[in-house]
Design a protein around this ligand. Sequence first.
Ligand SMILES: Nc1nc2c(c(=O)[nH]1)N[C@H]1C(S)=C(S)[C@@H](COP(=O)(O)OP(=O)(O)OC[C@H]3O[C@@H](n4cnc5c(=O)[nH]c(N)nc54)[C@H](O)[C@@H]3O)O[C@H]1N2
Ligand SMILES: Nc1nc2c(c(=O)[nH]1)N[C@H]1C(S)=C(S)[C@@H](COP(=O)(O)OP(=O)(O)OC[C@H]3O[C@@H](n4cnc5c(=O)[nH]c(N)nc54)[C@H](O)[C@@H]3O)O[C@H]1N2
Ligand code: SF4
Ligand SMILES: [Mo]
Length: 694
Amino acid sequence: MSEEIKWVKTHCARMDHGGCGLLVGVKDNKIVQVKGNPDGYLNKGYTCYKGRISADRLSHPDRLKYPLKRMGERGEGKWQRISWDQALDETANSLLVIKEKYGARAVGFGVGMPKGLEHFVLIRLANIFGSPNVIASQDVCHAPREVSGMHTCGFYPVADVHNPTELVLSWASNNLATNEEGQIAGLTLQQLKKGAKLIVVDPRRTELAERAELWLQLKPGTDPALALGFLNVIIEESLYDKDFVEQFTTGFEDLAQHIKQYSPETVSEITWVPADQIRKAARMYAEAKPATVQWGNAIEHDVNVFDASRSLICLMAITSNLEVPGGNVNAYDPKIMGLGEFVRADLVPNKFKEMIGAHYRTIPRMMTVPPAYFRKAVLEEAPYPVRGYYGMCTNPLVTWADSALSYEAFKSLDFIAIADIFMTPTASMADIVFPAAHQFEMNDIGHYGIGHGIVLARPKVVDPPEECWPDIKIINELGKRVSSPEYWHDDFEDFLEDLLKPSGLSYSEFIEKGYLKGPDRFKLYQDKGFKTPTGKVELKLSVAEKFKLKSLPEFTSLPEDDDPEYPLLLISGKSPNYLHSSYRWVDKLRKKEAEPIVEIHPETAVTYGISDGDKVIIETKYGKIEQVARVSDVVDPRIISAAIGWWFPAGDGDKQIDWQKSNFNMLTSIKKLGKEFGTPNMKNLPCRIRSELV
Ligand SMILES: Nc1nc2c(c(=O)[nH]1)N[C@H]1C(S)=C(S)[C@@H](COP(=O)(O)OP(=O)(O)OC[C@H]3O[C@@H](n4cnc5c(=O)[nH]c(N)nc54)[C@H](O)[C@@H]3O)O[C@H]1N2
Ligand SMILES: Nc1nc2c(c(=O)[nH]1)N[C@H]1C(S)=C(S)[C@@H](COP(=O)(O)OP(=O)(O)OC[C@H]3O[C@@H](n4cnc5c(=O)[nH]c(N)nc54)[C@H](O)[C@@H]3O)O[C@H]1N2
Ligand code: SF4
Ligand SMILES: [Mo]
């Protein structure tokens, strides 16, 4: 007999950083509808299309359903179905053989965008195994903002979109499409509805830019120069908060002297933004009290990221917008287990000396290894050999800069295991592939460890296909095989209980509550100062000399030299319909966005003889790909904006499912890297374009 529809409260996940409270209708172990929960803390009922159709991810006929073992050559696309025991035993054995031969550090543990609690359980596995090498995309995602924040003001300043603000300065963030870090667009829109002013800094005319009072359409990659221009106006015109600067910052005099060279006129030449707009925007930001900088990911995509992050934090500081409601705040966690304890950081006390990144002197407090250095280690054995990789929730063949190099590195490894829900280009390079359970099919906790002061319940709604396991279960069972069982649980779900223990709640009680939020604390600096070596916001970094960092933010040049062969500048933004390289196999999403689209201004299209819908070749000096032209004036004639993350699930398995054809990262390279975070140039690349017909 068929059941009634049952409605389960959970939170959306793995379609972006997640966060929307959902009501999921279930009948006969099948999801029949997903809708917004009006009581959702972050979304108040809001959802986006991909969230509403997210149950379609579970039912694709080609989803991975049982463990696979490689037959034939690496990447040849020949597989044998094996049992879980065999898959776990062979993986454990291969990892232990590498450990025996080269040491634990010769195994890299790979994660992508943090998707759920498994991210931290895998870091725990790395620590227990004894490897300091967790390989993550943090070089281009959040570490620059977070770590620069810690060094400058002792915390990661997140935009407070919950408390009333007078002005949102949306800088390199396309929040309406990306809901960056669960800062659900609805919250920003609410602020605007309540009268907050909006300034947008973006080379593309986004939906947010269209709503802005002032849209600064800057030359891509010149963000540090523009931010220094803001500082120039605010300091020269005495618009900064003198009391705050005097009491709570160090290095102001040096900064004030230093920014004299960044007059609006000079900055205008660098950034293409008219000087009067720079003045107007800086004044608007400085005079609004409070004002928040909703800073996005695009500032983290080239070698100058440290300057970009640092200059924006200086901006928040001298206008006393740090740690105030409606400004940029330190979001305190609720009472849950701390990150270090959960991942057993104590087991690798020498991590920062031992990890691959240390050899390249990455900035202190950078917890993970930049993918660029991981591949160098694999291919050049520097600083030591790295021969194995366990990757989960990540698709590096497509998502790391320099895909061609990733292919070489993966091809040369002794052993690779990948857990995913679908056969991706990266999974196709593996020796063992694990079929993972997905959102709605497992109990999970969201938003842990990403600095926004909340954790969200993501309870299980339906059973996974028979042989799909939650990643936490896979790691738990693998852990028992490669390390002492004392570190692991009989029931993998006890990790959820461990995390919540300090709150006094069990996981089922947590589900009832839905989420936990830390306390709102503002202006703690008044009593306690800032958590930096000087106890103040370090406009000029006190540790600069010690760690060979720049003490003051600057802008010297764009990441790549001008090249007449490549007259246009290439950028990208994330698609509202996909998560990076994920879900190209979900039919409803493909109907929304069937092909990789590159946006080209009408004048540029005429210059190069390109019409809307043409297949075009995009080339940089590092590689070339094919995408489909959309002629549109959302971009400046001097730039083009291409789609990221593309591969073709229906493509040829022998060729790693078309990972090259339209993949943006065929156009990027790791030849030039930012020193602090090992960040490559993923944007702002000189390029050229032509119709395939020419
Ligand atoms: N050129 C360029 N490159 C970029 C970016 C860019 O803007 N431009 N953005 C960068 C950024 S910010 C990031 S964070 C990275 C993201 O890089 P990745 O995290 O590597 O990319 P995703 O596509 O988010 O996720 C990869 C895989 O996770 C799988 N997956 C989803 N859910 C689960 C699960 O529950 N279990 C398992 N085992 N697998 C799952 C998906 O099927 C997918 O294959 O990419 C970076 N790369
Ligand atoms: N739908 C969807 N949502 C996502 C993701 C996804 O893949 N898809 N990924 C998630 C992840 S891991 C992250 S990190 C966040 C990122 O989310 P966001 O911070 O919004 O980052 P992006 O979409 O990469 O870029 C934001 C904007 O930067 C602009 N931009 C490009 N180059 C420059 C530049 O040089 N300067 C400036 N100022 N702007 C520039 C782009 O035009 C774009 O509008 O989104 C998360 N949410
Ligand atoms: S905005 Fe993000 S969290 Fe909300 S429904 Fe869409 S994908 Fe899910
Ligand atoms: Mo990201």
